[in-house]
Ligand binder design. Structure first.
Ligand code: 5RP
Length: 233
């Protein structure tokens, strides 16, 4: 789908709305939809509400998305109630030319990976500011068991020269939906996302690393000044 933009350039918010609406094309009637988290996904949820009679419901990746879905009258099922999903729709903080992503800016990365793993296709919805040649520009979110946070921060420094900082909210460590903490790691250039994800995932105390390479995007709906572009990987 391409939308003409002869007049004023579209704002980032307008691009998010466009890709959120475009994602409806991938929702199969009568099925359960995997739903991610974030401001772009909120646009998708709003669009999904307009066709809610045509779907069975959603599996959500965060308390925030669950609340929004339910407020709009969309039934939410637990991830343990389904064996598979035709599609998972989510945003990203970065996406490269292979469909590898960094996610977790909204601290929902663990549940996002769990729900994405149930899905046959991952449709990533982003505006073009999220496209990168190499992952690592955005501080990499890593969900960690609190007692391991300092150890994991040292390991990022030793292994990759990265600087890890504990994410705070209102001056206190942010607590995820899973009761854990988030490290944000800067100074990385992730040239081999598959190997990087595999390595960091097996460090003791790491719950989930925000590199989505083993579960990369199948399709990206990219919001651009020229409209929505569809990228297949
Ligand atoms: C949340 C995420 C989001 O997908 C990511 O942060 C992008 O969010 P937004 O659409 O608000 O830019 O990974 O954990």
């Amino acid at each position: 789908m391409t939308t003409s933009t002869d007049s004023a350039p579209l704002s980032q918010d307008a691009l998010k709305t466009l890709v959120g609406q475009a994602a409806l094309h991938y929702v199969e009637p009568g099925t359960i939809v995997g739903v991610g988290t974030g401001s772009t996904v909120n646009k998708f949820i709003d669009a999904l509400a307009t066709i809610k009679e045509r779907i069975q419901g959603a599996v959500s990746s965060s308390e925030a998305s669950t609340e929004r879905l339910r407020a709009l009258g969309i039934p939410v099922l637990g991830a343990d109630q389904v064996a598979s999903l035709p599609v998972y729709i989510d945003g990203a903080d970065e996406i490269d030319a292979h469909g590898y992503m960094v996610k977790g800016g909204g601290a929902a990365l663990t549940r996002e990976k769990i729900v994405a793993a149930l899905a046959e296709r991952f449709v990533c919805i982003v505006d073009e500011s999220k496209q990168v040649p190499t992952l690592g520009r955005f501080p990499l979110p890593v969900e960690v068991i609190p007692m391991a946070a300092a150890q994991i921060a040292r390991r990022f420094e030793q292994a990759f020269g990265g600087a890890a900082r504990l994410r705070l909210k209102d001056g206190q460590p942010l607590v995820t939906d899973n009761g854990q903490h988030i490290l944000d790691v800067t100074g990385l250039a992730i040239s081999d996302p598959l190997a990087f994800e595999s390595e960091v995932n097996q460090w003791p105390g790491v719950v989930t690393v925000g590199v989505f390479a083993h579960q990369k995007a199948s399709i990206c709906l990219l919001g651009t000044a020229r409209g929505v572009q569809t990228l297949n990987y």
